[in-house]
Design a protein around this ligand. Structure first.
Ligand code: OGA
Ligand code: NI
Length: 338
């Protein structure tokens, strides 16, 4: 039986049993820290070497950062958030046409994370779209609400450009040529997850998304401007990433951790929910092409450092990732050389 979409409007006074985490796995919301030092990088900075050193610090010490002056206009950000909100408000019949719990489907609406694999569910619905090449996927995207395709495709193009710019800066910050990572990752796929987290009757017992790292190369997250919920792990403490006006959150994914021979961290992050407000986020994932071979470049191992992970193709990695549950050990651990 298909799992219930949370956005289909059933009101829950109490959290259903199959969303309740065992005591040891709960989010402990009162222990979350508000860190005001989370790197916030202004991409319009004219001093490029300063910019690169900021990227280097952020990727190494946090594995994530926020960017402003990133080139995507405020209106475009607002439009995507608004259309995402409207999408989840569509009538149940419209939404169920898109429902699937098969992770191989390139366009699908689903709930939680991997409903067929997991034991405890997560308080989230999500729409997943493949976005590149746009012409290939656009015809299959939702045709409701009106303008969905227009608004989201514009944003996808802009996000892809931003992603490439960031990969350039990350390459430079690792002492590589600007185009290095882009070349290694090949003709990159681009996926999107529109996440909808409804108000939750007992947020201290469950997650929107439990702790995970992103399996791809780089994630660009547009988060709700009003409602916080994203948290990242630093030195074993969870830090709230509170929304900054018009900023985008950048996550280093597993592939850049592998490619940088562990120098840059694919950050553990999670989304928590709250009783009062629904929350939306739009994650854009840049993913290596499936045949790309991921391994450290010569300059990072020439001084005798051994490669931490064996070389693998992205295809191999991605299959492994989706064959598991989200909150297990870091998927990269399975690729360690020793
Ligand atoms: C994700 C993710 C966080 C959020 O979609 O991979 O981590 O705040 N989302 O929705
Ligand atoms: Ni994530």
């Amino acid at each position: 039986m298909a799992a219930q979409l949370l956005s289909n409007g059933v009101l829950h006074k109490r959290l259903p049993e199959n969303y309740i985490r065992p005591e040891s796995q709960r989010p402990k919301l009162n222990e979350v820290i508000n860190d005001t030092n989370i790197p916030l990088i202004d991409l319009s900075l004219s001093d490029k070497s300063l910019l690169i050193s900021q990227i280097s610090y952020a990727c190494h010490s946090y594995g994530f950062f926020q960017v402003v002056n990133h080139g995507i206009g405020k209106e475009d950000l607002e439009k995507v958030m608004e259309i995402a909100k409207q999408f989840f408000r569509l009538p149940k019949e419209d939404k169920m046409e898109l429902y699937s719990d098969d992770p191989n489907k390139k366009i699908r609406l689903s709930t939680s994370f991997n409903v067929k694999k997991e034991i405890v569910h997560n308080w989230r619905d999500y729409l997943r779209l493949h976005c590149y090449p746009l012409e290939e996927f656009l015809p299959h995207w939702p045709s409701k609400p009106t303008f969905f395709k227009d608004v989201v495709s514009t944003y996808c193009r802009e996000v892809r450009e931003l992603g490439f710019k960031l990969l350039g800066l990350i390459s430079l910050s690792l002492g590589l040529e600007e185009e290095y990572i882009k070349k290694v990752l090949g003709e990159q796929e681009q996926h999107m997850a529109m996440n909808y987290y409804p108000p939750c009757p007992q947020p201290d017992l469950t997650y929107g998304l439990p702790a995970h790292t992103d399996p791809n190369a780089l994630t660009i997250l547009l988060q709700d401007q009003q409602v916080a919920g994203l948290q990242v792990l630093k030195e074993e403490k969870w830090i709230a990433v509170n929304p900054v006006p018009n900023a985008l959150v950048i996550n280093i994914g597993d592939q850049i951790q592998a490619l940088s021979n562990g120098r840059y961290k694919s950050v553990w992050h999670r989304a928590v929910v709250n009783t009062g407000n629904e929350r939306l986020s739009v994650a854009s994932f840049l993913c290596p092409c499936s045949t790309a071979i991921i391994g450290p470049p010569i300059n990072l191992i020439e001084d005798g450092a051994t490669p931490i992970y064996r070389n693998f193709t992205y295809d191999e990695y991605y299959k492994k990732f989706w064959s598991r549950n989200l909150d297990q050990e870091h998927c990269l651990e399975l690729f360690k050389t020793q």
